[in-house]
Write a protein that binds this ligand. Structure first.
Ligand code: MN
Length: 242
């Protein structure tokens, strides 16, 4: 614990300010359901929720141009494709979570799974970030991180290594599984919710997430996300959600 709150850690005042910013963000309707990806809008599974911040709000770490393409073209593109694939099928009335669970590991439904999971993963990714993020998690989550990774610093190092180490396109996640916190990698569209794991945070490491800003420097991108954008209050909320 000493290390978590020592030099380089956040002061109590900074933490309180962060908590207040978090409270303001919580007022956004898109944040009311921590189990994001469930049909919380009441709309169809392929309805992409609005971004929880303006496209340029993550600058200078992620440019407005990157977010514009990533959210407006890639994320929306998966949703448009999902709608085409499920219309007129029994999947059309399911929630996104239900579609993912029903199609996971089934070769005949691979395309539906890929697009549904990518819609879910991206919505979760946008909520894993916030302007003015980074810092450290709350005390309860910090304790869990110390228990399972040794220290917040060790967690950051392991998460960075996992994200940088994803071969090709994929995702790095902090999840809860079987009572413990784990860092996991998924390839392409794969998602922890298809494996019974509870996602707390994710970082998209597909090249489209960082190439305009960082070219091939994935390490710099992940480093910037962890230090300046990651939303620990979102992770804490996911951890405490049922
Ligand atoms: Mn992406």
């Amino acid at each position: 614990m000493e290390r978590a709150h020592g030099e380089g850690g956040i002061t109590r005042r900074a933490f309180v300010q962060g908590a207040m910013v978090g409270a303001a963000v919580l007022a956004h309707p898109g944040f009311l359901n921590p189990a994001w990806g469930k049909k919380d809008s009441g709309g169809p599974a392929w309805e992409v929720p609005s971004l929880p911040y303006p496209e340029n709000a993550l600058e200078p770490h992620i440019s407005g141009k990157t977010v514009s393409f990533h959210y407006g073209k890639h994320h929306q593109g998966y949703a448009t494709k999902l709608k085409e694939l499920v219309q007129g099928s029994p999947f059309a009335t399911m929630s996104l979570d239900e579609i993912i669970t029903a199609t996971a590991g089934k070769a005949e439904h691979q395309a539906i799974f890929n697009n549904a999971a990518q819609v879910w993963n991206h919505t979760f990714y946008w909520r894993s970030l916030r302007p003015g993020g980074g810092g450290e998690p709350d005390v309860a989550l910090t304790q869990r991180i110390i228990k399972d990774f040794g220290s917040p610093q060790a967690f950051m190092e392991q998460f960075l290594a996992a994200a940088v180490g994803v071969f090709g396109s994929g995702w790095a996640w902090l999840v809860e599984h079987a009572g413990g916190l784990k860092i996991v990698q998924t390839s392409n569209a794969d998602t922890p919710i298809a494996h019974g794991q509870k996602p707390l945070l994710t970082v998209d490491v597909w090249e489209h997430a960082y190439y305009l800003d960082y070219q091939n420097r994935r390490t710099d991108y992940v480093h910037a996300v962890l230090n300046h954008l990651i939303d620990w209050s979102f992770a804490a909320k996911n951890l405490s959600a049922g």
